[in-house]
Design a binder for this molecule. Structure first.
Ligand SMILES: Cc1cc2nc3c(=O)[nH]c(=O)nc-3n(C[C@H](O)[C@H](O)[C@H](O)COP(=O)(O)OP(=O)(O)OC[C@H]3O[C@@H](n4cnc5c(N)ncnc54)[C@H](O)[C@@H]3O)c2cc1C
Length: 611
């Protein structure tokens, strides 16, 4: 069975030494008043979280994969053995309420802490973690824009975990393009709405973990404008709720089928038929897409954390295997008395392991920085600080989603490679990580769409303002550390790449404005641009981590080699991974030209794009 130990040492390093989080959070009255910004308390909560995921979720990961979910003729769904018992323990321990608003029964812990919990849950059982994960997204949207009445009825149940939530956007003909959804809403005389239509691929859409499920559904109100401007958000419970809060009549929403899919078998991916189901408007009419984005932003970071979590656990397993497995001989010999040495001595195996470690630790640093920025955005008393944090969150969210899931999948594959043929065999668990990691690149908006969001919306449409702010933060760090010999080479590479990010943005921006083909120019390079940007962010974080680590080593405070490992992983990152930016710069500059090929190449009779 795969092994996993929560990376608490690294988490504490990031929380206390890189981010100085307790001091930052103490500036926010919400956390100070709720007494939840205390560093020791955050440590204890995460230690407890580690015990839960290692003890309860990890043993169910393979069970969930092998059993999957089962739909019965009446549309009900049974989750794999042990899922419900683990969910009940999770609820009973209060984890569903961790970072929720105390006004609705939450514990008011910082988002920073729940972010680490989610990473650990994803490391141990990504399919199971999606049940509470989707609820959290529903909570965020309802909390932000729901009416007081809806909040009073539904939020305490979601926060306590008594009921779970879902996010119902996708339809058979409408995935990326939600502007063309057909699900209809018709006003009822009592102020509610009748919702009819079919939603597909709904994660956690039907299950036996809780007696009720709260679906948040995008639908078009009769007479609304075409496209995204005519979409509204509705809350549709599986069971209607009586006035006293108890569960009432069955509502008109039924699971028509479950998808058979590549991975995350333990999570029910449901087709839901809404047949005149009673729904309640959430927020304003025709503002559904804006409201759904609240949920989607939370879900995008959550998806990024799936990539991070799977990457961490895949790396840990590859490391354990590489120390144990002996193959071939290395000079000098490690086991002169044996006929083979452990594979960890071979440089190519080290390359695979260090790739996993370097991406994972930088990803964790970015995710925690982003989570602390979300706390700042919501709770800092100073408006300028809130705005600055909001800008950073907007810029980093698509990177967190796409860069972390791309890297997570690659780490899963490389870690499987460390196992050789045994990685392909089910009993070792590595092939499950590969299958489970793949979906992160696809849902919550494909990584291609995340890249367009970053380059098109967050950078170009904003006139580069958010990018410039981040570039200024990097520049300040580089200038402050000029003359530091330990960091010189990293800062040189980082400074050049950060400048190049600016110039590449200008090049793409100019092409984008050059005529009708401008949009294609952005589309053609967005994925490479996001990857380039991701490296700049990780490079910045590795340089900062290396600086702290060097200081600790110089002060004689590196008893267990933790800080030396940070320095050497940073050096590996800049030597072996960061140079990918050079190739990416070339492909970004190459633009759309080589893609606008003669369409006969694709068997098309008429040119759709190329000539
Ligand atoms: C296991 C699973 C769970 C899911 N869970 C949920 C859920 O809980 N709720 C929910 O609502 N949905 C869910 N989804 C749906 C998921 O979010 C969509 O599959 C995803 O957004 C992509 O939509 P699509 O599959 O229709 O692909 P399409 O939109 O058809 O896209 C196909 C390809 O075209 C590309 N493409 C499309 N438009 C452009 C463009 N303008 N420029 C460049 N490339 C473009 C895409 O990037 C993609 O590569 C889930 C899907 C799966 C498989």
């Amino acid at each position: 069975m795969p092994v996993y130990k929560a990376p608490l040492r690294d988490v504490k390093f990031l929380m206390h030494e890189l981010l100085d989080a307790p001091a930052q959070l103490a500036k926010m009255p919400f956390y100070a008043e709720n007494d939840t910004a205390d560093g020791d308390l955050m440590n204890q909560v995460l230690e407890e979280a580690a015990r839960f995921v290692e003890g309860e979720l990890l043993p169910l990961n393979a069970v969930g994969d092998q059993e999957g979910c089962v739909r019965h003729d009446d549309g009900s769904v049974t989750t794999p053995t042990g899922f419900k018992a683990a969910y009940n323990k999770y609820r009973a321990a209060g984890w569903t309420a961790l970072d929720a608003d105390p006004a609705f029964g939450g514990q008011g812990m910082p988002h920073l802490v729940s972010n680490v919990l989610v990473e650990m849950m994803n490391s141990t059982n990504v399919a199971w973690s999606m049940y509470p994960g989707l609820s959290h997204g529903a909570y965020s949207a309802l909390h932000a824009v729901g009416s007081e009445e809806l909040k009073a009825i539904y939020l305490p149940k979601i926060v306590s975990g008594e009921w779970t939530g879902t996010m119902c956007l996708t339809e058979p003909h409408a995935g990326t393009d939600l502007g063309i959804i057909r699900t209809k809403a018709t006003a009822n005389a009592d102020g509610s709405y009748a919702i009819s239509g079919t939603k597909i691929f709904i994660s956690a859409g039907e299950h036996d973990l809780t007696p009720n499920i709260v679906h948040l559904v995008l639908a078009r109100l009769e007479g609304s404008p075409e496209g995204t401007k005519g979409i509204s958000l509705f809350l549709v419970p599986k069971f209607l709720v009586n006035e006293d809060g108890s569960i009432g009549e069955r509502n008109g929403v039924v699971c028509g089928s479950l998808e058979h899919k590549m991975g995350i078998h333990g999570n029910a991916t449901a087709l839901l038929n809404f047949d005149g189901a009673t729904g309640y408007l959430v927020g304003e009419i025709n503002k559904g897409m804006n409201h759904m984005f609240i949920m989607m932003n939370a879900a995008r970071l959550g998806t990024g954390l799936q990539g991070l979590g799977i990457g961490e656990t895949a790396y840990q397993n590859a490391l354990a295997y590489a120390k144990d497995r002996t193959q071939m001989r290395h000079e000098p010999r490690v086991n002169p008395a044996e006929n083979a040495d452990p594979i960890i001595v071979h440089p190519d195996v080290r390359r695979m392991l260090l790739t996993g470690k370097a991406y994972t630790e930088a990803g964790r640093a970015m995710a925690m920085w982003l989570a602390l920025s979300i706390d700042t955005e919501h709770h800092h008393p100073d408006e300028a600080a809130r705005k600055e944090a909001a800008d950073l969150v907007a810029l980093l969210t698509p990177i967190a989603k796409a860069f972390m899931t791309d890297n997570g999948f690659n780490i899963a594959v490389q870690s499987q490679q460390v196992f050789g043929g045994h990685g392909y065999i089910r009993e070792w668990g590595m092939e499950q990580y590969v299958r489970d990691a793949r979906i992160g690149q696809i849902y919550e908006g494909t990584n291609g769409i995340q890249s367009l969001d970053l380059l098109g919306r967050k950078v170009l449409m904003d006139g580069g303002k958010k990018l410039q702010k981040l570039a200024a933060t990097l520049q300040t760090f580089i200038e402050e550390n000029e003359g530091d010999d330990d960091l010189a080479s990293m800062l040189d590479q980082l400074g050049k790449a950060a400048n190049q990010l600016g110039s590449l943005t200008m090049v793409v921006g100019q092409k984008a404005m050059s005529g009708p083909e401008g949009a294609d120019e952005v589309n053609a390079v967005a994925v490479d641009y996001l990857r380039f940007f991701g490296h700049v962010v990780y490079g910045y974080l590795w340089a900062r981590m290396a600086k702290i680590a060097h200081a600790k080593i110089a002060a004689g405070q590196d008893r267990d080699g933790f800080y030396l490992a940070k320095v050497q992983t940073a050096q590996f990152y800049f030597a072996k991974l960061f140079p990918e930016t050079k190739a990416l710069a070339a492909t970004i500059k190459a633009g759309n030209e080589s893609l606008a090929v003669d369409d006969r190449m694709f068997g098309l009779e008429r040119a759709l794009v190329g000539a």
